[in-house]
Design a protein around this ligand. Structure first.
Ligand code: PEP
Ligand code: MG
Length: 320
C-alpha cells in the first residue's frame, strides 16, 4: 500500500469525470526540486529567481544563473519549468542593487518595473534563461505586469536575448496576473502571451488595498472573496477564448478547500508549495467538473469571503 500511495502521488490528478488539472510546485531554490518531484509535482509552476539574488553582496552573473536554471531543469527530468524573472522590491529589497528606500515599496519600483530600469541585469538573466532553454522545457514568466506596454517591452527584450539561440524559439512566454489592471487588459494580453499565472497573493493585496503580511489587515486578505473570484473567472474566460492556459501560483492554489472552485473556474494548473501537493491532488480527484461549475455560480453570487467559505465547508460536509 506504500507503493500504491507512491503511485497515486506521482500520477496526474483527474477529476471523477476525467478533467485534468496540472499540479506544480513553487520553489525558491534549485535544491527544492527533488522533494517537489517526490511529492508528486508535475513540474515547477513558479521558480522565484530572486532567491538566487538574496543574502549575498552582488548579483549572480549570467553563467551562475545559467548553471542554476540548467540544474533545476535537469532535476525535473523533462517536466516543465516556469522561470519567473527577478521579482525584487516590495517585501524583498536588495541593498546592493540600490532598490529604495521608497515610501510605498509595494507600489514602487518592484518586479518587472525594476528589471525594465536595470536593463543590463535583466538582459543577463534573460540570456541565462535562453541558454538553459535550448534543451529543456523551460518557460519564461514576467511578474508585476501592469500595462500592455510593459509586457511588450519585456517580451521584446526576451526575444533579443534569445536571438542567438534558435533552439530557444520554442519557449513559451507568459506573465503573472497580479495587478488588477492586468485583469482588465487580459483580452489584449491573451492575444500576445502564451499563458497566464494568477499571483493571488499580490492580486488580493492590490484589489483590497491591504498590505499582504500586515496581520491587522488579515481580514481583508482572503483570496476566496467573490471580488477576487470574479477576476479569476474573467481571466480564464478571456484566456481560453484565445486558446491560452491559466495557472494560479499564489497561496490560493494550495488551499484544498478552494480546489472545487478553481476547477469550476476552469483553471488549468495549480502551483503551490511542496507540502500542499498531496492534499490538492486528493481534492482534485474528489471533484466533478459539472458540479464544480454549479458551485462557481453560487460562489460568484456571494457577497463576502465568509459566505464563500461557508458554501465550501457545506459542500465538504455533504461530500462526507
Ligand atoms: C503572488 O503574488 O501571488 C505570487 C505568487 O508571487 P509572490 O508571492 O512571489 O509575490
Ligand atoms: Mg507576487
Amino acid at each position: 500500500s506504500r507503493r500504491l500511495a507512491h503511485q497515486l502521488r506521482a500520477q496526474a490528478a483527474l477529476t471523477r469525470d476525467g478533467h485534468r488539472v496540472e499540479v506544480a510546485a513553487n520553489i525558491g531554490q534549485v535544491a527544492e526540486v527533488p522533494a517537489a518531484v517526490e511529492a508528486g509535482a508535475e513540474g515547477v509552476g513558479l521558480f522565484r529567481t530572486e532567491f538566487l539574488f538574496l543574502q549575498r553582496t552582488s548579483a549572480p552573473d549570467e553563467d551562475e544563473q545559467y548553471a542554476a536554471y540548467r540544474e533545476a531543469a535537469r532535476a525535473l527530468g523533462g517536466r516543465p519549468l516556469i522561470i519567473r524573472t527577478l521579482d525584487i522590491g516590495g517585501d524583498k529589497p536588495l541593498p546592493y542593487l540600490g532598490v529604495g528606500p521608497e515610501a510605498n515599496p509595494f507600489l514602487g519600483v518592484r518586479g518587472l518595473r525594476f528589471c525594465l530600469s536595470n536593463r543590463e541585469l535583466f538582459a543577463s538573466q534573460l540570456r541565462a534563461i535562453a541558454r538553459a532553454a535550448v534543451d529543456a522545457p523551460i518557460r519564461v514568466m514576467f511578474p508585476m505586469v501592469a500595462t500592455l506596454e510593459e509586457w511588450r517591452e519585456a517580451r521584446a527584450l526576451w526575444e533579443e536575448a534569445a536571438r542567438p539561440f534558435p533552439a530557444a524559439r520554442h519557449v513559451e512566454v507568459g506573465l503573472m496576473i497580479e495587478v488588477p489592471s492586468a485583469v482588465l487588459l487580459v483580452r489584449h494580453l491573451a492575444a500576445e502571451a502564451h499563458f497566464f499565472s494568477l499571483g493571488t497573493n499580490d492580486l488580493t493585496q492590490y484589489l483590497f488595498a491591504a498590505e499582504r503580511g500586515n496581520e491587522q489587515l488579515a481580514h481583508l486578505s482572503d483570496a476566496l472573496h467573490p471580488a477576487l473570484l470574479q477576476m479569476v473567472a474573467r481571466v480564464t474566460e478571456e484566456a481560453h477564448a484565445q486558446g491560452r492556459w491559466v495557472g494560479i501560483c499564489g497561496e490560493l492554489a494550495g488551499e484544498a478547500l478552494a480546489v472545487p472552485l478553481l476547477v469550476g473556474l476552469g483553471v488549468n494548473e495549480l502551483s503551490m508549495s511542496v507540502p500542499s501537493i498531496a492534499a490538492v491532488k486528493q481534492a482534485l480527484r474528489a471533484c466533478h467538473l459539472g458540479e464544480c461549475r454549479a458551485l462557481v455560480r453560487q460562489a460568484l453570487a456571494c457577497g463576502s469571503a465568509a459566505e464563500v467559505r461557508r458554501l465550501l465547508a457545506g459542500e465538504a460536509f455533504e461530500g462526507i
